[in-house]
Each structure stands twice: as C-alpha cells, then as structure tokens.
Design a protein around this ligand. Structure first.
Ligand code: COA
Length: 268
C-alpha cells in the first residue's frame, strides 16, 4: 500500500522516499522507522557515517539514543558535512508508564462532550485527513496513510472530536519503531500530541495520550515508550512527566540537507 502522505510538498516527497527505503532496509536492526524518516536506531551501535548517509539519501534523518555526553560531537559532525542539525531531548519511560497512564485515565476521564475514535484499516479517509490536520495544526508531522491504517507498522492512532459539531480537536499516537532484533526493541514511539488551542488545558492530550499508551501495551505488548521533545517545550515535558517519561540521559538529532529540505524543521 502506498497511500497518502502528509505535510508540505517537500516533506511528502521525502517521507515517500523514506517509506521506500524502509522496505529495503527493514530487516536490519540498525534502522528504525515509524512513518517519518528512516533513522539510525541507536547511535552507539550505528555510528556517525551511517547517520550522514541516511541524511544524504533521504534529505533528512534522525539518530536516536545519542548519549548526552556525545551530543556536541554528533552535532559538529553533522554541521561539518554541510547539513543542519536539530536537537530533541530523548524522553524515555523511566518508571511504569503504563500504570501511570491507567492512573491518569481513572483521574481524568474524557467527558461525554468528546468522541474518541481509533484509526484503522477501514477508517474513512476523512478521519485520516482530520488526524493529519489536527497534528499539523500543532506543528506535528503525521505519518503516511499506510502507517495510520496499521498496514506498515503496529500502532495506535486516536482522534478526538467535539461531539456537538464533529470537529476534530486532539490527537495522540504510539507506533512500533525498532526492529525486533534491536536492543531497543522493547520501546515504542509515543506522542504526536496536538490539541487545538480552544480545547487546551482540559487534560485532553494527557487522557488521549494515556489511552494510546495503554492500547499499545494491551494490543502489542509494549511497556516502554520514547519520544523526542525540544528542551524549551515545557508543556510537553510536563505532560510526559505525568506518564513517567523523563529526559536527562539521551538526545536525538535530526540532520537535514538544506539542498533537499527547505522547511525549517521536520516536526515540532
Ligand atoms: C502540548 C499540548 C498537546 C497539550 O495539550 P492539552 O490538551 O492542553 O494538555 P493537557 O490539558 O492534557 O495537559 C496535561 C498536563 O500537561 C502539562 N501541560 C500541558 N500544556 C502545558 C503548558 N502550556 N504549560 C505547562 N504545562 C502544560 C501540564 O502538566 C498539564 O497538567 P496540569 O494542567 O495539571 O498542569 C498542546 O499544548 C499542543 O497541541 N501543543 C502544540 C503541539 C505540541 O507541542 N505537541 C507536542 C510535541 S512534542
């Protein structure tokens, strides 16, 4: 299934190429993918040259699990190769995230004025478009249709609508990321949180995110989660902390080739 791609035209071209590249390298545990760009799964074992090659081939690529102590060296290598470098703090489950998610769900139930649906193989195209639109409104890059429908990766994609109007107002996701043979295989990506401004502050992202986490655990067995958050995104950091996901030891870097990639950032 090729399906639809989202985001600005340059990002769509590149995520399309990334999906094709993943089909080529999917049996190699050194690579990771959850629908955006094929990444170096683990910087410590993958090494800098492969990271630079992934940027060259795709136009942009992240490297995950970079120890904070190595961050400056990684950044310097990316810049020296003529690429831009964009740092995210790697926020990882340090405690029992699934229990914390369940606790938050019993505390902050989603009200009757909100309708939550989960995307799947039979979802109407409008649900996928709405997920992409709400994510995009928060500056968050959604994965392609093949991932949203569960055809290319195991995942959970939740979309909240205002019951009265049907307007899509919030989204959250969790997606298989690593090869089963990778030492990071027990972690799954979690995030893609976005709530429209007039619905913010009502614990919607927390409840939806917690629901996505619990569903990912129950359906696919994951109990550790990872996500990339910019250091200055205090709201997101605080929300992650409520799910026992904390920064401190690791970061990830996106490398971007300015000749191929004109957008300032890949995602929020
Ligand atoms: C981050 C975002 C998804 C939060 O959505 P939301 O529905 O308003 O969040 P919630 O109401 O569920 O917040 C739950 C908790 O998260 C934290 N939080 C959320 N927004 C916050 C903010 N602006 N400042 C500080 N803490 C915040 C708080 O701890 C909050 O709990 P509290 O109200 O008891 O303090 C929303 O602001 C958004 O869409 N931002 C743009 C997209 C984005 O940054 N996504 C994350 C990418 S990493």
């Amino acid at each position: 299934m090729q399906g639809k791609f989202y985001g600005p035209p340059d990002v769509q071209r590149m995520t399309r190429r990334a999906m094709a590249l993943f089909r080529v390298v999917q049996d190699d545990p050194d690579f990771a993918w959850y629908g955006r760009f094929v990444a170096l799964a683990d910087f410590e074992t993958g090494g800098v040259q492969r990271f630079l090659d992934l940027i060259e081939v795709q136009g942009a690529s992240p490297a995950y699990w970079i120890a904070n102590a190595a961050a400056d060296t990684v950044k310097a290598s990316v810049l020296r190769a003529g690429y831009r470098a964009d740092r995210f703090e790697y926020v990882v489950s340090e405690g029992d995230s699934v229990s914390r998610a369940r606790g938050n769900l019993s505390k902050y139930a989603i009200g009757d004025d909100v309708l939550v649906s989960r995307l799947g193989p039979d979802s109407p195209e409008a649900d996928l478009d709405d997920f992409a639109e709400v994510a995009g409104a928060g500056g968050v890059l959604p994965p392609p249709e093949a991932v949203l429908r569960g055809a290319a990766r195991k995942g959970v994609f939740l979309l909240a609508r205002e019951r009265a109007t049907g307007r899509a107002i919030s989204c959250a996701a969790s997606i298989e990321t690593f090869h089963v043979g990778s030492r990071r295989a027990d972690s799954a990506f979690w995030g893609m949180l976005s709530t429209l401004p007039d619905w913010q502050g009502r614990k919607l992202a927390l409840a939806l995110g917690a629901r996505a986490m619990v569903a990912m655990h129950e359906d696919n067995g994951f109990s550790k989660f990872i996500t990339g958050v910019r250091a200055e995104n205090e709201g997101s950091m605080a929300l992650c902390a409520k799910l026992d996901m904390v920064p401190g030891k690791w970061c990830s870097y996106y490398g971007m080739d300015p000749a191929q990639f004109s957008s300032a950032r890949v995602t929020k």
